[in-house]
Design a protein around this ligand. Structure first.
Ligand SMILES: Cc1cc2nc3c(=O)[nH]c(=O)nc-3n(C[C@H](O)[C@H](O)[C@H](O)COP(=O)(O)O)c2cc1C
Length: 144
């Protein structure tokens, strides 16, 4: 079975992103991600990001090393790295939406390990990734 690498991290903007800078980042990212088979979402609250990257393990690793070194943000902190049987954000080459500070805080403090007691079908869904998907679904109609 092929597996999908899902990597989730949080970071802090080095200098504030206005709409123009964010659009330019997203334009580049979406084209490159389409080309490389990467899907995911970028959730943004003023000054901070949580991003989910999904794709082939090597592709995600290469992309994340570029993102980690990108000087437009700092304090890059990995929340989760999991191998999944399927993508959470299949339709999004990089969905993006604004979220509230309280939601970002909930994501940063969520449990990102799947619990041992979870049933087999849920083993790969940590409470953090379920919360991330729920926040995205609630805001999907306000995607940037
Ligand atoms: C918060 C943030 C999220 C990013 N997300 C992506 C992404 O999803 N895909 C991507 O190709 N680049 C993304 N980038 C840009 C990369 O850090 C890097 O600039 C880019 O991959 C370089 O592309 P290159 O292959 O043309 O050198 C992101 C940058 C930041 C600051």
């Amino acid at each position: 079975m092929t597996t999908i690498r899902q990597l989730v991290y949080s970071s802090e903007e080095a200098t504030p992103f206005d709409r123009l800078r964010l659009d330019s980042l997203l334009n580049h990212a979406r084209k490159a991600n389409d080309h490389n088979g990467i899907t995911g979402v970028l959730l943004r609250s003023p000054g901070r990001f949580v991003q989910c990257l999904e794709g082939a393990r090597e592709t995600v690793d290469v992309l994340f090393s570029k993102i980690r070194a990108d000087r437009r943000h700092r304090e890059v902190c990995v929340l989760q790295q999991l191998d999944l049987p399927l993508r959470f954000f299949q339709e999004w080459s990089m969905g993006c939406t604004e979220i509230q500070q309280s939601e970002l805080l909930r994501l940063q403090t969520a449990q990102w390990e799947a619990r041992a007691a979870d049933s087999d079908s849920d083993k790969w869904q940590s409470p953090g990734s379920v919360l991330m998907k729920a926040i995205w679904t609630a805001r999907n109609n306000r995607a940037l």
